[in-house]
Design a protein around this ligand. Structure first.
Ligand code: NAG
Ligand code: NAG
Ligand code: NAG
Ligand code: ZN
Length: 308
């Protein structure tokens, strides 16, 4: 193994990877975000990274299709997440996972989702400077930080099984914008960051928080489109729900993200480059007044034809 060059190692390590969102599996995944390496993602075994329904994308609000989309229904967002929470620096993100014993206390349905989905974990993407970091770009603006809350269809036993099926996953994406003051609701997670500076570090905590304390505000307006995981193997199984109303984050809080490291360097700029939209449609829900349809009435429309 010692004589392998970086590219060979990348290939072998990736062939062990079974295909999940960042860090949802303990197996180490040796992929790199550097420019040259992202281009190689498509060449990996079982990779869909060269597909036509990839994420992230640029969401130009002028090109989105307004629709009377039902509200996103959120279950368990007002409850404290089940303890102990596990936070990990997996070398490509920092993630927070619910305990195995959590039987789906946090769930979503509604919007254009075709089922109920259970929360698996959340993680972040961020930049080395304030002008980059988010994966999605919204009306030409890239933000310093993006949070993904990953859900899998509750019909499946786990996220691994779900990620092998069309519509198996749903991800809620939240962008953050620089503000002067600390955004206190994030501190329960950020306080753990000093224990997570080295790749592979993991920490369990009994300090919990509610998702609604972080998300708090306008969840009525969102974009939704069909895309992929933003890490290899980039499986095209994700219904994305992207909230355009930015949450605040302070400069000092951003610095704490940037103190994390991989085996070789700072853990920063862990975002995938923009992918082509191709023939996809991006729908926008503009608010409750636009949503006259009941969830069930939308079900007939939830076909591939509708999305394509
Ligand atoms: C959207 O279109 C309007 C009118 O053509 C234009 O003024 C505005 O800059 C566009 N916005 C974006 C984000 O492109
Ligand atoms: C969390 O609380 C449980 C039950 O009180 C305890 O057994 C466990 O050691 C605690 N874990 C941590 C990381 O403090
Ligand atoms: C942990 C590990 O083996 N990391 C390797 C990942 O791949 C890079 C090259 O892309 C190597 O330099 C690392 O040693
Ligand atoms: Zn992500």
């Amino acid at each position: 193994m010692m004589d392998l060059n970086a590219y060979q190692f990348f290939f072998i390590a990736s062939s062990l990877f079974i295909g999940l969102p960042p860090g949802s599996n303990a197996n180490t995944v040796n992929f790199s975000y550097s420019k040259g390496m992202q281009k190689q993602w498509a060449l990996l075994p079982n990779s869909k990274c060269g597909g036509k329904h990839q994420s992230p994308i640029h969401i130009d609000s002028n090109l989105t299709i307004p629709m009377p989309i039902p509200a996103l229904e959120m279950i368990g967002f007002n409850n404290f997440l089940m303890k102990p929470l596990t936070m990990t620096n997996n070398g490509h993100s920092v993630q927070l996972k619910l305990p195995e014993s959590d039987g789906g206390s946090v769930r979503i349905f509604g919007a254009l989702l075709d089922a109920t989905y259970k929360m698996e974990m959340l993680h972040f993407h961020w930049g080395d400077t304030n002008c980059r970091g988010s994966e999605h770009v919204i009306s030409h603006v890239r933000f310093p930080l993006e949070m993904h809350i990953v859900f899998y269809k509750q019909h499946f036993d786990n996220v691994e099984a779900a990620s092998g099926h069309r519509n198996g996953l749903a991800v809620l994406a939240f962008i953050f914008q620089m503000r002067e003051k600390d955004y206190k609701p994030l501190n329960t997670m950020i306080e753990q960051f000093p224990h997570l500076t080295e790749e592979g570090n993991t920490v369990q905590t009994n300090k919990s928080f509610t998702l609604s304390s972080i998300l708090g505000r306008n969840m009525e307006v969102f974009y939704t489109y069909k895309g992929s995981l933003t890490t290899p193997p980039c499986s095209e199984v994700v219904t994305w729900i992207v909230f355009p109303d930015p949450l605040p984050i302070s400069y000092n809080q951003m610095l704490k993200f940037r103190q994390m490291k991989t085996h070789e360097s700072k853990l920063v700029d862990n975002y995938r480059h923009l992918q082509h939209i191709n023939s996809r449609k991006i729908f926008v829900r503009r608010g409750p007044s636009f949503s006259s349809f009941h969830h069930n009435e939308m079900k007939d429309h939830l076909t591939t034809k509708f999305w394509d």
